[in-house]
Design a protein around this ligand. Sequence first.
Ligand code: ADP
Ligand code: NA
Length: 332
Amino acid sequence: TFTPRVFSGIQPSGDLHLGNYLGALKRFADAQDKGVQSIYCMVDLHAITVPQNPADLKRSTRELAAGFIASGVSPEKSILINQSQVPEHAQLAWIFNCVARMGWMGRMTQWKDKAGKNAEAASLGLFAYPALMAADILIYHATHVPVGEDQKQHLELTRDIAAKFNHDYGVDFFPITEPVIEGAATRVMSLRDGAKKMSKSDPSDASRINLTDDADTIAKKIRKAKTDPDALPSEVEGLKDRPEARNLVNIYAGLNDQTVEQVLADHGGQQFGTFKPALAELAVSKIAPISTEMARLMSDVTEIDRLLAHGAEQAREISAPILKKTYEIVGM
Ligand code: ADP
Ligand code: NA
């Protein structure tokens, strides 16, 4: 009974990297042509659950928007918004704060990890974070949410909130949203350690390719990526127990819209001395234009601000009636 609709959010907190591109931005861009309405959100309200420098937050939010657009997420095909510009997110979150139970929130592993031993000093917002995430999704009646493995538990909680609201008020108003989990194929690992995810929180800049890296930096990082001394196999089984080799092949496949099998059919038998330059050339051809376009967009932010304001208007056409109806159900 619910029209398919996709929602996904990314926190504006620091540089975007190849993992964000292959695991999120490129997937979003590729999915746009499947005819399902999609809403992509820079979640600045989530970012301030831990302290943020105001000027950095503003810059990161615009840079994230530039990253979305430069990666091919089109403001014409998708709705691109900054969370704080659509007030219905925070308004529905309050209702959900009154639906969700303290015990549910206390069991979230991200809360336990982030609050650590000093939960007394954590912000109330950090504790309530999953109720805001539920509101981000359900304010659009989104049916599908592409998420990383680490957000699975929060999406379960979104489903619990929707179900409890529907049950408590005797309605069938909020959908039970399905997660679309990122597969192993789209998980990009560190260039320095095949057992760790590529992440902006890794202190080693050589471990990741940033979307703002120039061509020389991209090529150098790939040349220096950790590998083993063996040639590439021609079958997938040959990548077993070779996490670094597997990662580079995965990256090649992701960037070139190929399967791992196809890449190995073309490059099996090659030494890394041959494969790395091919990968570097491919990565530069795909990532350098994104970096150039991000720099162009960031050189005059009025365009980004205009696009986000337009996105907020489109989003509110969906969110305002859903909030109004929610208030009516609650008796407001
Ligand atoms: P980070 O891990 O660098 O902090 P985020 O947690 O902000 O990145 O993730 C933003 C989006 O990018 C999420 O959809 C997440 O699943 C995806 N993502 C992050 N890192 C990777 C990675 N190494 N491989 C694939 N996808 C990733
Ligand atoms: Na993360």
